[in-house]
Ligand binder design. Structure first.
Ligand SMILES: Cc1cc2nc3c(=O)[nH]c(=O)nc-3n(C[C@H](O)[C@H](O)[C@H](O)COP(=O)(O)OP(=O)(O)OC[C@H]3O[C@@H](n4cnc5c(N)ncnc54)[C@H](O)[C@@H]3O)c2cc1C
Length: 386
């Protein structure tokens, strides 16, 4: 992929934003278990960072996906994973389908303020009994007059306690599981919505994550995104952007932690020499940097396919699998070289160790990626393909 002066300018803007507006406050936000999401998003909206690929008519910049990846990679340099995750939910998980399939009225009402940073978006797909198996969700949206009436609950919903709207996946008929689902935009303040306490997470602590309950929640049928029954398909498409975003964001985070660990091992002396002078140590850095570069190349290849309008499911799944596993490897290796300091809560490697662990679970676990890769290649004999 060829990056231009415009990509470089966007990279600089995002890097400055991360260094000046995020990193100085992250320890406090991590401690508090939330961050001032509306303030942060408004600042990002003013810089145009929340609508890189979104249509200009909705206030976006209308750029191609390569620009989005530049922003996501730089956000990976934040001092925690939680704040970038909250931003990624807004830009690449809860709004791509709305931007692509939503009616003009729906986009004007929800997408435009999300791009300006005035509304916070959440994606509400997973349920207590259905995370990997999206088709098995039980939440229903039944027509009544001009409304949908929604009943059910959603689990592990990022941004939920601070959200202005949910992009909700619900069953709108009793048809087969892949054609009975619809995507509906649900304002968070609608009567009948309630929340659990914030979930006590291993990592991503500066984001709010909760269970969301829907008890006879009424929204107008015009809040349907696209066509009824196409929700599963739209969510599968939306997942591809989520996965590319997660991969390049992980690249930014891993590059930063590897560099911080290199710097530390240059300073730290054991047995009369800097730690990094041990071949075992500097070879390991060389290996990890190679792996991260390979992941970046794979992700950029997926991005090129996406820009060309091709199906990126295979490439994005391969990259997502690699990103989840590599993040665990990088965090563990780097943490080791910090010794006792690596075991401390606020160490950058231990932060990646905690936050990065989600990469192999959220947005499709590693095993789900392996299943997709098997389906889309000739790994299994034809008759065993499901
Ligand atoms: C911090 C956090 C934030 C999240 N944010 C959101 C959000 O904003 N919106 C949202 O909708 N969801 C969100 N999720 C949910 C997340 O996407 C799910 O946790 C994930 O998809 C896995 O689903 P599950 O937890 O139900 O695991 P399960 O589906 O129960 O799977 C458990 C494990 O079993 C294995 N497994 C599953 N299926 C197979 C298989 N076929 N073959 C082999 N092994 C398998 C995998 O290792 C998997 O991790 C979030 C989760 C967390 C932890």
């Amino acid at each position: 992929m060829k990056f231009t002066a415009e990509h470089d300018a966007l990279r600089r803007t995002t890097r400055q934003f991360v260094e000046n507006e995020l990193n100085p406050f992250i320890p406090e936000w991590e401690e508090a278990g939330r961050f001032p999401i509306h303030d942060v998003f408004k600042k990002m909206g003013n810089l145009g960072l929340l609508g890189i690929c979104k249509p200009e008519e909705n206030g976006g910049l209308g750029l191609d996906y390569s620009y989005n990846l530049v922003v996501a990679e730089e956000l990976g340099r934040a001092a925690c994973g939680g704040v970038p995750l909250a931003i990624g939910v807004q830009t690449d998980m809860a709004t791509p389908a709305l931007a692509r399939f939503g009616s003009k009225e729906l986009r004007d009402e929800f997408l435009n303020p999300a791009i300006r940073g005035e509304y916070v978006a959440s994606i509400a797909v997973s349920e207590v009994h259905a995370g990997s198996d999206v088709a098995a969700i039980k939440t229903t949206a039944k027509k009544d007059g001009d409304d949908y009436v929604i009943n059910g609950s959603k689990m592990w919903i990022t941004n939920s306690l601070q959200a202005d709207f949910f992009c909700l996946l619900a069953n709108t008929s009793d048809d087969k599981p892949h054609v009975n689902k619809s995507m509906i935009i649900v304002p968070a303040k609608t009567a009948g919505i309630s929340f659990s306490e914030p979930l006590n997470k291993l990592g991503m602590r500066s984001t709010t994550t909760a269970q969301v309950y829907f008890d006879n929640v009424r929204v107008p049928q015009r809040n349907l995104v696209g066509v009824e029954g196409m929700g599963f398909m739209m969510q599968m498409m939306q997942f591809q952007e989520e996965r590319m975003w997660a991969c390049i964001n992980a690249v930014g985070g891993m590059e930063k932690v590897i560099q911080q660990t290199i710097d530390y091992t240059r300073e730290r002396t054991t047995f009369g020499q800097p730690l990094i002078h041990n071949q075992y140590v500097h070879f390991r850095f060389a290996e990890l940097m190679t792996e991260v570069a390979a992941l970046k190349a794979l992700t950029l290849q997926a991005c090129e396919q996406h820009i060309a309008g091709e199906d990126v499911t295979l490439m994005a799944s391969m990259a997502k699998l690699k990103a989840g596993r590599l993040s665990r490897e990088v965090a563990d290796s780097c943490l080791q070289y910090w010794g006792g300091n690596g075991f401390m809560w606020d160490n950058p490697a231990s932060q990646l160790f905690r936050d990065g662990r989600l990469g192999s679970i959220g947005g499709g676990a590693d095993e789900i990626m392996l299943g997709i890769i098997c389906k889309l290649t000739d790994i299994l004999p034809k008759k065993q393909k499901k």
